[in-house]
Design a protein around this ligand. Structure first.
Ligand code: SAH
Length: 240
């Protein structure tokens, strides 16, 4: 999934400050597509001032007349709501939304739709959404400012992308050690630990089991196991 393929859609927003604050939130999270459905205010000085430098996002905003028009090219459309609806709709949390988004392919497009300040989204508008997302809040005071809601959802998506990038960069492309190689390592390790008196042959307790669990959890590569065996050999050589 590419961040540039995510649209933040604001429906009939009435306060220019909210549009500016939303643009700022987008830019903070490396999003760039702001789509305004029939905005009820001018996008002028007040919006730019609240945007605090997110001018490019405001300059490049797209204005359309209706929600279907805003989401027509999107594979995933998600509506946001402060409250549960009488009409049950498949729900995601901000976190599961972020996971879903990061699992999409690079050419898929996503729209996340935010409602009017005073009235949210209509049930008719929600029908265009595959899912709804509600940010968990105080049940007695559940409605966030629309730009704050955009910030929270965008942050979850951004954070998830960073985590995915991180785990990919940690992916070692070397072949992983097979069980036979690990078994060879474990018996070598046991032998050395006995020879150094770290392990009592007559009372080994759970030591080898714990060490096995540790190494198996790490899923070491063939190369890494060779290094570990090299360390054991150096201990043996030193002992002699
Ligand atoms: N009175 C309206 C509140 C609208 S708040 C209502 O009951 O729906 C304006 C917009 O901010 C909402 O349409 C939604 O897009 C977003 N929003 C506010 N609080 C939210 C929350 N807790 N979870 C998800 N979106 C929220």
């Amino acid at each position: 999934m590419k961040l540039e393929n995510i649209k933040i859609v604001m429906v009939e927003t009435t306060h220019p400050g909210n549009i500016g604050a939303a643009a700022r939130a987008l830019k903070n999270m490396e999003l760039s597509q702001l789509v305004l459905v029939n905005p009820k205010c001018p996008i002028g000085e007040r919006a730019y001032s609240r945007g605090s430098g997110a001018n490019n996002v405001l300059d490049e905003r797209v204005i359309v007349d209706s929600l279907p028009e805003a989401v027509t090219d999107c594979q995933l459309v998600v509506g946001t709501s402060a409250r549960l609806r009488s009409l049950a709709w498949p729900e995601l949390t901000p976190e599961t939304l972020a996971q879903k988004v990061s699992g999409l392919s690079d050419d898929e497009k996503v729209a996340i739709v935010f409602g009017r300040e005073h009235a949210g989204l209509t049930n008719e508008e929600l029908k265009h959404c595959n899912y709804t997302v509600t940010i968990p809040t105080n049940p007695k005071f559940s409605s966030l400012n629309v730009a704050s809601a955009i910030q929270v959802v965008s942050y979850e998506i951004y954070k998830n992308m960073l985590e995915v990038d991180d785990s990919e960069s940690m992916n070692i492309s070397e072949p992983v050690a097979d069980s036979a190689q690990l078994e060879g390592y474990f018996s070598h390790l046991e032998q050395v630990l006995i020879s150094t008196d770290f392990l009592n042959k007559d009372n080994p307790r759970q030591m080898m089991k714990r060490l096995r669990r540790l190494y198996q959890r790490a899923e070491p590569s063939k190369n890494e196991v060779n290094i570990l065996r090299g360390i054991l050999s150096s201990v043996e050589k030193y002992k002699k």
